[in-house]
Design a binder for this molecule. Structure first.
Ligand code: NIG
Ligand code: FE
Length: 416
């Protein structure tokens, strides 16, 4: 079926090369006033001024955009969406002065989500994740990465990844699964008779081979951070993941600089995420690599930290910057991806165009999908989001609001 999206006050195309946009390239998000988009089944076939497309697609079904703004469907390339209970108590503990790592040392943080997830059957996790993800989609996201990582045992990680597989089948959104068995060292491997080396060996020799053999993940990720996984452990785990055909991601330099961004570049990881504490050397390494620098400003905001990732320095150095929500129960319990654009502009000092490119094309590149989605251009997937605003600058401006009215993935309704 041919469709023509008409009566948009603006179409933001992000059209251009089918790869991550780097440095100054990010400033161009391709605005077409009074633009239109034609789709044929799952794909986009034409984008341009409405006056030009109307004659050519005279018989196409019309979708009335009601003077709203049309963008590529948003790509949230970093979420931990498979968990059980919320962790609201930690927000107040932090407010009273306790740090994220101190809470973790007392058995809270990730460990508390692990205890909780291990007790829940797969069906229950699926039922809990479904409405949360629908709320994410309601904000314009059409491609979503989902990580495991609150199981930290072979069975519980497989259970989490199977939930992701069921969500792929059940929900109208493109979902990319990531294995994050290396999210923490589980408590039972921190004291005799077991050792952390045994858990690293379990990851390398049992968990990764099994996840890869069952085709349950496209990426492997690791929390490479002082106090969690060392650089050396990260190298070993990610080396095994690569050997089993998984692409790589790292939680890098989130709280302290440790050389994790440099490691991501060295390993040719698809993305290095967080980077609030990245060093000068890390910025240079990412700028000289193909690794996308994925920034998660909601996390630093929610943790009450004053330091945000140095987006300007990364862009000035020529890196490719993406934005993601980091949706998770501990450090970023938000389903509102456009709020990340607000934080990008107001706290990371990015322009609106840079923020939109970071949330679409570069998010897609952070998932290895830059040739499929992230831009409104002929040949790309018909992934679109429509907002009740007249100017794209209103998307970050009305912060915390909900302006997405409809979205489509592969030409089908994603949110309506
Ligand atoms: O990306 N940094 C590690 N992982 C998550 C936090 C997970 C949690 O606290 O549950 C993050 O911020
Ligand atoms: Fe994360």
């Amino acid at each position: 079926m041919t469709r023509l999206f008409v009566n948009a006050s603006q179409v933001v195309t992000c059209a251009g090369p089918a790869r991550a946009r780097r440095g100054a390239e990010m400033a161009d998000a391709g605005f077409i006033p009074n633009g239109a988009v034609a789709t044929e089944g799952e794909h986009i076939v034409a984008v341009g001024p409405q006056v030009e497309l109307e004659a050519q697609y005279a018989t196409a079904e019309r979708v009335d955009c009601a003077r709203g703004v049309l963008t590529p469907g948003l790509v949230d390339s970093h979420t931990h969406g498979i968990f059980g209970k919320p962790r609201h108590e930690e927000q107040e503990l932090r407010a009273s002065g306790l740090g994220y790592m101190e809470i973790a040392k007392r058995g809270g943080g990730i460990h508390s989500s692990v205890r909780d997830l291990r007790q829940r059957p797969e069906d229950e996790l699926f039922e809990l994740a479904t409405p949360r993800i629908r709320r994410i989609l309601a904000h314009g996201v059409t491609t979503l990465e989902l990580k495991s990582g609150y199981g930290l045992s072979l069975e519980d990680e497989l259970k989490s990844l199977r939930v992701i597989r069921r969500l792929q089948e059940a929900l109208p959104v493109r979902i990319v699964p990531t294995f994050l068995g290396a999210h923490e060292i589980p408590l039972e491997y921190r004291a005799a008779p077991r050792t952390r080396d045994e858990y690293v060996a379990l990851l390398i020799h049992e968990m990764i081979p099994r996840v890869a053999a069952e085709g349950l993940a496209q990426f492997a990720d690791i929390f490479c951070e002082p106090g969690v996984y060392t650089l050396d452990e990260s190298r070993q785990v990610l080396g095994a993941a690569r050997a089993h055909g998984l692409a790589l991601k790292l939680h890098a330099d989130e709280l302290e600089p440790s050389g994790a961004a440099e490691l991501a570049a060295e390993l040719g990881a698809t993305s290095a995420d967080h980077l609030a504490a990245i060093s000068e050397g890390g910025i240079k390494a990412l700028a000289a690599s193909q690794t996308v620098a994925t920034l998660l400003p909601g996390t630093m905001m929610f943790l009450g930290r004053s330091r945000q990732a140095p987006a300007r320095a990364l862009i000035a150095a020529g890196a490719a910057v993406a934005l993601a929500s980091d949706f998770n129960p501990g450090t970023s319990p938000t389903v509102n991806f456009p709020l990340m654009l607000t934080l990008a502009v107001s706290q990371l000092h990015m322009s609106v165009a840079e923020a939109v490119v970071a949330a679409t094309v570069n998010g897609a590149a952070a998932l290895g999908l830059a040739t499929k989605t992230g831009q409104l251009a002929p040949g790309f997937s018909a992934d679109l989001a429509l907002y009740e605003i007249e100017d794209i600058r209103e998307l970050p401006y009305w912060y915390g609001d909900h302006r997405c009215v409809r979205s489509w993935v592969r030409g089908n309704a994603c949110h309506s």
